[in-house]
Design a protein around this ligand. Structure first.
Ligand SMILES: [Zn+2]
Length: 309
């Protein structure tokens, strides 16, 4: 299996890869590994402060807000927490400090990241009726490298009315997607056979070219996409496939267009796409998935050797 980035990717958190010398079973194993096995940090416990407090002006606040605690905890779980694979954290079950402790006592700086949030609704003198609490209000106690990233700081968590406050500690731990979706580092993980487009009839293809369509990068869709009647640029082929809907069945152009452009599958090549949630970079996700796969297969080989010895 040879993996390369399609030129120009990743774009922010999205990525397109070209995988060669493989089959669909292997590529699907990679897809499933990203969904279920790549370790990622996510908030998995929240301790709320409860009760009534008074600020120094004598104003009274109560620990209620628009959402039930459970719903808010779920929202926190889905917040992308920066996961740095170089920063060695243990899984809670494998942490040497906590391994033998009772579940309620588990958790130390080697296996969890601690966040806190303290917010109050608008004061009674304020003209505002509500205050929105955002992920940006989360403060990391553990280490600034785990601070919620800039791009994720405007995710709304809940709203507070006058006289309401929200205060909690949240604990993020490493986990895998097979335990809970909050640990899955990417979404929209798909793949398809790599194809090339063949220009069979330049004249009939004018039906499409005369529509003045462009590819995603702004290149005009016309015969200049083809070199010696073939277009094998991964991005352009995908854009061309979309453009073909303009000359497909029901458009009234299908007869004039005919088979002017056709697509041919390239054997053993796949285009693989996904979007990271931002907790890991696309490169880190791929590398981590390959490590997981490799680890699993070498374990199987060892066990087979042992069983057959
Ligand atoms: Zn620990």
């Amino acid at each position: 299996m040879d993996i390369e980035f399609v030129e120009g990717w990743p774009k922010e958190n999205k990525v397109r890869l070209l995988i060669k010398n493989t089959d669909s079973a292997q590529v699907n194993a990679l897809r499933r590994t990203i969904i279920a096995d790549v370790p990622k940090l996510a908030i998995s416990r929240v301790d709320y402060s409860q009760g009534v407090t008074q600020d120094n002006k004598g104003e009274v606040y109560e620990s209620v807000n628009a959402l039930p605690d459970e719903v808010l905890a779920h929202r926190l779980a889905m917040v992308p927490v920066p996961t740095n694979p170089e920063e060695k954290l243990y899984f809670p079950d494998e942490c040497p400090n906590c391994m033998d402790l009772a579940p309620k006592d588990k958790g130390c700086p080697s296996c969890q990241v601690l966040y806190t949030l303290s917010a109050r609704g608008p004061s009674s003198e304020s003209e505002e009726q509500f205050k929105t609490v955002y992920t940006g209000d989360l403060t990391t106690i553990s280490d600034p490298i785990f601070d919620v990233r800039e791009e994720h700081r405007r995710i709304p968590l809940t709203i507070l009315a006058q006289g309401q406050y929200l205060e909690f500690y949240a604990f993020a731990v490493l986990g895998r997607g097979r335990e809970h979706a909050k640990f899955t580092p990417a979404s929209a993980i798909t793949f398809r056979p790599n194809r090339k487009a063949i220009l069979n009839d330049a004249k009939a293809a004018e039906t499409l070219f005369s529509l003045n369509l462009t590819t995603n990068d702004g290149t005009k869709i016309d015969k200049s996409l083809f070199t010696k009647k073939v277009c094998s640029d991964v991005d352009k082929v995908l854009d061309l496939e979309k453009a073909m809907h303009q000359v497909g069945a029901g458009t009234g152009r299908e007869e004039a267009f005919g088979d002017a452009i056709t697509f041919e599958t390239i054997p053993n090549e796949f285009v693989f796409m996904f979007e990271s949630d931002g907790s890991l970079t696309p490169e880190q996700i791929i590398n981590s998935a390959m490590d997981e796969l490799q680890g699993r297969f070498s374990r199987i080989t060892e066990e087979l050797d042992f069983a057959l010895a």
